[in-house]
Ligand binder design. Structure first.
Ligand code: ASP
Length: 303
């Protein structure tokens, strides 16, 4: 039956991936496949898309391979500030956190904002004290420490000025899913961009830019140069074109990413629609991505 379609798509960021070693590539592909298969089980067994996307994103946050949670990149002051958001298309409920430094899984805190507060977005100290109040797992900043990411920052600082952001070859993570009830959910998490100004917040925790989920239309998670994704409201734009222009998911998603390229906005997105069709356009050298639906086999790609 058409309304029994279901599936999940995840990403591990878009960027300049041309110098990934074969070994790194294999590690990334393995992590993406494992995460996808476990998340797919959740919806295959009748679980919600919201549970599936939170699970997938938290798995990738726990891996140092991606720029989110544990693998987060550093800002200009050599501090890791993380952003995340989640949205459930059934009722447009949404939760997000920005500039958090001690939360093991920012995506889980974002979900708590969705479920346990009247708000959509909590930032910095307020988000962290909410996390403490509800018993969310807090870790010492040393948990996120990465020599590799520090080197990346210091190298960038040698070359450029404070205002120049670096779009790394490692990326943000995200997931979109459609469950058997027809509910669409989307989630995104990031450490942002290397050398960002302290306090800078990108598109990831901004509902409509980094994340969007709307039942009967589509769900989107973005990755790329966040400032462009905010100014062009990328995630919502994909769904809006489908809704009002009657476009297919593929056309809408491809057009939006092509248009971004014309104004210098690099990045990509993953999307799923109400029939479990998927789209994964990007205008960078690569985007780490994978998908599996009831009508398409497991697929993991980088280029
Ligand atoms: N969109 C993220 C940001 O601007 C970065 C990324 O996707 O790589 O914070």
């Amino acid at each position: 039956m058409a309304d029994e379609n279901f599936g999940i798509v995840i990403h591990g960021g878009a960027g300049v991936l041309s110098n990934l070693s074969h070994e790194q590539q294999q590690k990334i592909e393995k992590k993406i496949s494992q995460t996808l298969l476990s998340a797919y089980e959740i919806i295959k067994n009748g679980g919600t898309s919201l549970d599936a996307v939170e699970f997938a994103v938290s798995e990738l946050e726990d891996s140092p391979l991606f720029n989110a949670g544990r693998g987060s990149v550093y800002n200009f002051d050599e501090v890791q500030e993380m952003d995340a958001s989640v949205m459930f298309g059934k009722d447009r409920s949404a939760g997000a956190v920005a500039s958090v430094k001690n939360i093991k899984n920012p995506i889980s805190l974002a979900r708590k904002v969705l479920e346990e507060t009247e708000h959509v977005l909590l930032v910095g100290d307020g988000a962290e004290s909410f996390a403490k109040d509800i018993g969310e797992q807090i870790v010492d900043p040393s948990y996120f420490h990465s020599d590799k990411n520090l080197k990346r920052l210091r190298k960038a600082k040698d070359k450029i000025t404070q205002t120049t952001l670096v779009h790394d070859k490692i990326g943000t993570v995200g997931a979109v899913a459609l469950d058997k009830e027809g509910n669409i959910a989307a989630a995104t998490s990031t450490g942002g961009m290397t050398n960002k100004m302290p306090g800078r917040v990108g598109d990831t925790p901004i509902i409509g830019s980094g994340t969007w989920a709307q039942n009967d239309v589509c769900g989107v998670s973005s990755t790329g140069h966040g400032e462009f994704f905010i100014k062009f409201q990328v995630a919502k734009e994909v769904c809006t074109r489908m809704e009002y222009l009657n476009q297919s998911l593929k056309k809408s998603a491809n057009d939006v990413i092509n248009e971004l390229m014309k104004v210098g906005g690099s990045g990509g997105l993953i999307a799923i629609d109400k029939d479990a069709n998927i789209a994964t356009p990007f205008n960078t050298d690569g985007m780490i991505r994978g998908s599996i639906t009831n009508k398409s086999n497991l697929l993991v790609e980088i280029y």
